[in-house]
Design a protein around this ligand. Sequence first.
Ligand code: ATP
Length: 442
Amino acid sequence: MSKLVSLAKRRGFVFQASEIYGGIGSSWDYGPLGVELKRNVKDAWWRAMVHERDDIVGLDSAIIQHPKVWEASGHIENFTDPLVDCLKCKGRFRADKLDDARCLEKPSKKPGECGGELTAPRRFNLMFKTFLGPVEEGAATAYLRPETAQGIFTNFVNVQQAARKKPPFGIAQIGKSFRNEITPGNFIFRTREFEQMEMEFFVPPAQWEQWYGEWRKLRQQWYVDLGMDPAKLRLRDHAKDELAHYSNGCTDVEYLFPFGWSELEGIASRTDFDLKRHSQFSGKDLQYFDEQTKEHYVPYVIEPAAGCDRATLAFLVDAYTEELVEGEVRVVMKLHPRLAPLKVAILPLVKKDGMPERARALEKSLRQRFTTFYDEAGAIGRRYRRMDEVGTPFCVTIDGQTAADGTVTVRHRDSMQQERVAEKALESHLSAAMAAWSRGAR
Ligand code: ATP
């Protein structure tokens, strides 16, 4: 992890937020390459969940919702973690995660092992409170959403009618959520501000089991399709006592991070709890009317809820590779080309003989299609290594032969193999190579 965190900073993936002021606990800023990577993760999710399906539509709901939303959802009452204080070192810890926590005074020990007494656990609500308008009082209290899902439930009828959808159908949303986590940590794995990719799939009650099974499979496969090592992915079914009282099934997609197996995403079967509660609290009818059977019913919901930052971290961890090449360590980010922040680097072999001009012209034309990067500084081998380190799948070199026969060298990141390709055919050649990429071949 420490290698990855330092690479992320050095190469512009992720910076500590407010670093010049000493940083602020658990906030991170995505740099030029990080923002591209994260956008690619979100695009891949949106494509798989919305664009490639005819039964899911999108939504972008507000972060600040009516406070009643959080009463109805149960967040005001129940969205709590058990908090304990150490009376000696003054550390605050999640009572259910003491094994993962470290004493503030003696970081090699667990909370309480410094000899300090731990208080009895008390419930700490994770929602961030704020006030609407200029008055800071109870009536103006609002919350930053701790999940995007509730904006989907409150819009169920709007979306269903506007998009003329019939269960089974889903509503997908990507957006920021906020949780005042007691113990954030592990880089961008657990933060207080993060992005979620959530989808609520509304089904006729009798079909919940079938769709729950389907989404478990599909969501695990999504990570594999984007190049993640299948051996480091698993599904973990929640035990009965882990389930919320309204839920009849929940599975986590877990990834084997350097700090152990941890949740990437949860797939929850939520029954008709959310729609019923919102119906009860708002007084509005949130049933679906089936024209064919003339039946009114409240759909059941299957919810795959993923974290965008966690997925981004997992893709980075999974792609990070060190190889010994001619006695030197080569660091390569073997990211799926779809996720790679830069797709193609264009490199003139030397800074003379018209090579930079030709390379710049080529870069300008490829830029219409791919994210590109132009680099003429330093020895070619070092330039290749710089691109390897940020996961650029292809380097294109303009050399002496280019002027003579119109061909360029394409160098592949994973195999380091080089081939000559006609400049004219380059765009289609690169597209085909990207489409043909597979984890096995990397
Ligand atoms: P955890 O048990 O790790 O706190 P959770 O089960 O409370 O997570 P959910 O409410 O199911 O999480 O949220 C869905 C997804 O949102 C999680 O699988 C995770 O990827 C992401 N997520 C939740 N909390 C955070 C956080 N504090 N920082 C980053 N991502 C988060």
